[in-house]
Write a protein that binds this ligand. Structure first.
Ligand code: AMP
Length: 213
């Protein structure tokens, strides 16, 4: 099963992706995670991408298209995959169609997680992640038992550089202008599966699995 998780920043794509990995055994491919890992390793790609990420802007299409083209040829993608945070522009979606056509493959579902924009700002600026195990928290909606520490491994919790109010504002604007048109793009291909993104994580997961079967 080949999936795209579509939705604004803060819709919960990453959270749902982690659950979908367990249920369907397919890898999550997050261009944001790949770029952050490159930055951590101080590669040329990571350092270049940081300029865009810090502003809340999109990394150039050709860069992320190249990343995805390489990633999809890896053996763990043979039984399916979940694209999280890609495509983000119509140019990226067209390039993906092209890559998949050449591989004789296609997307089966585009899960479109819908959340109102005033909710997104609250979700993103309160988000915290464990440095050690990657578990996610929220300072108000899902606080850890001990402030600043992970409940599971006691690792240190950190805030993503681009989760501050100014950068979040830009990211939401970029979503409206450049990514939202993908809803139309995939509706025309009859692939959009709208999912209401509010309620508990379990509720949202239930809605997704009801669609996927
Ligand atoms: P995310 O973790 O998906 O919220 O992505 C964090 C940042 O990485 C974005 O704000 C962009 O700067 C960059 N990024 C991730 N995926 C893409 C993409 N498909 N196209 C362009 N930039 C991306």
């Amino acid at each position: 099963m080949n999936l795209i998780l579509l939705g604004p920043p803060g819709a919960g794509k990453g959270t749902q992706a982690k659950r979908l990995i367990d249920k369907y055994g397919i890898p999550q491919i997050s261009t944001g995670d790949i770029l952050r890992a490159a930055l951590k390793e101080r590669t040329e790609l990571g350092i270049k991408a940081k300029e865009y990420m810090d502003k809340g802007a999109l990394v150039p299409d050709e860069v992320v298209i190249g990343i995805i083209r390489d990633r999809l040829t890896q053996s763990d993608c043979q039984k399916g995959y979940m694209l999280d945070g890609f495509p983000r522009t119509v140019v990226q979606a067209e390039a993906l169609d092209d890559v998949l056509n050449k591989m004789g493959s296609k997307i089966d579902h585009v899960i479109s997680i819908e959340v109102a924009s005033d909710e997104l700002m609250k979700r993103l600026t309160g988000r915290r992640t464990c440095r050690k195990c990657g578990s996610g928290y929220h300072v108000v909606f899902d606080p850890p038992k001990k402030a600043g520490g992970c409940d599971k491994c006691d690792g240190e919790l950190y805030q993503r550089d681009d989760d501050n109010e100014t950068t979040v504002g830009s990211r939401l604007q970029v979503y409206e202008n450049q990514t939202k048109p993908l809803i139309d793009y995939y509706t025309k291909k009859n692939l959009i599966r709208p999912i209401q993104g509010t309620g508990s994580i379990d509720d949202i997961f239930g809605r997704i699995t009801a669609v996927l079967g």
